[in-house]
Design a protein around this ligand. Structure first.
Ligand code: ADE
Ligand code: ZN
Length: 320
């Protein structure tokens, strides 16, 4: 039985497996520049974050209808249940869909349908977090924010910040995060993945985020680590992703043990499991093997995931 856990850093578009991509491409009349799922999978060799993002955005083009998004999320939730996930806080990238002519309401309705069935079908509670693409101007994030307003507090629980990090510091999105705070949404942001610890500092100080996604480069700034520890700001770490995107040389070099040693509230997550070689249970098994994590450390990671979640206390106890 896999250890019960919450998954807090998961891009639903990053769960698009090659087989489903081909099935949706066929259904929607989309031409993929690959001859088979195997050939597509063979293209998953990345040099950095951008080389992954290029393929990730290209492949999303097969997602067209409300049903496509339901099917995508349903496939993830089925796999997540087998991985011991009891609670999932799921990212999606609205601008990557609306820019292609897919209506925001279709995306949210399609995802929500799968999420609302997840308790009954898979024993998983869920939240949905809408991410802004940081390589687009803040004006685009503001327009997306306003378009999504009717869903706040119902389908959408929070906002996040993802896509190409370097050159797009958190402060660029100060206004839209201020509005999200006023709207009562939860606030998270990717920071310290490829960008330096100063991005983590800015996400905390300027955006006021409650959690940092990735955050591994925080380890380069001891004062920042001290503050993250003192404030118990969680970091949603994604070990397989960090290796595949070459943020870390090998799994055996991953800073996760040092992060736990420092007292950081670190969690383990899969990020984009269809692209990075494994779901969250496989990330747990990978760090156990490569880093020699003890049973106590694995249990601490699982406990941290519930503490770091946006579940209320009574829900947290039930899920854990
Ligand atoms: N979008 C999907 N996965 C991402 C990652 N690991 N970093 C930034 N943006 C992303
Ligand atoms: Zn991510």
């Amino acid at each position: 039985m896999p250890i019960p856990k919450a998954e807090l850093h998961l891009h639903i578009e990053g769960t698009l497996e090659p087989e489903l991509a081909f099935a949706l491409a066929h259904r929607n009349g989309v031409d993929l520049p690959y001859s088979s799922p195997e050939q597509l999978r063979a293209a998953y060799a990345f040099d950095d974050l951008q080389s992954f993002l290029d393929l990730y955005y290209q492949l999303m083009d097969v997602l067209r209808t409300e049903d496509d998004f339901t099917e995508l999320a349903e496939a993830y939730l089925t796999r997540a249940a087998a991985a011991g996930v009891r609670h999932a806080e799921i990212f999606f990238d609205p601008q990557a869909h609306t820019a292609r002519g897919v209506e925001l309401d279709d995306v949210v309705r399609g995802l929500s349908r799968a999420l609302s069935r997840a308790g009954e079908r898979h024993g998983i509670s869920t939240r949905l977090i809408m991410c802004f693409l940081r390589d687009l101007p803040q004006e685009s994030a503001l327009a997306t924010f306003e378009a999504a307003r009717p869903w706040f507090g119902r389908a959408i629980s929070g906002v996040g910040l993802d896509s190409a990090e370097v050159g797009h510091p958190p402060a660029k999105f100060a206004d839209v995060y201020a509005l999200a705070r006023e709207a009562g949404l939860h606030l998270v942001a990717h920071a310290g993945e490829e960008g330096g610890p100063e991005y983590v500092r800015e996400a905390l100080d300027v955006l006021g985020v409650e959690r940092i996604d990735h955050g591994i480069r925080s380890m380069e700034d001891p004062e920042l680590v001290k503050e993250l520890v003192a404030r118990r700001v969680p970091l949603t770490v994604c070990p397989f992703s960090n290796v595949r995107l070459r943020c870390v040389d090998t799994l055996a070099d991953h800073p996760l043990p040092a992060m736990l040693e420092a007292g950081l509230v670190a969690t383990v997550n899969s990020d984009d499991p269809a692209y990075f070689g494994g779901y969250v249970d496989e990330n747990f098994a990978g760090v156990e093997r490569a880093l020699g994590l003890t049973e106590d450390q694995l249990r601490l990671l699982a406990r941290n995931s519930f503490e770091a979640s946006f579940l209320e206390d009574d829900e947290e106890r039930r899920a854990a």
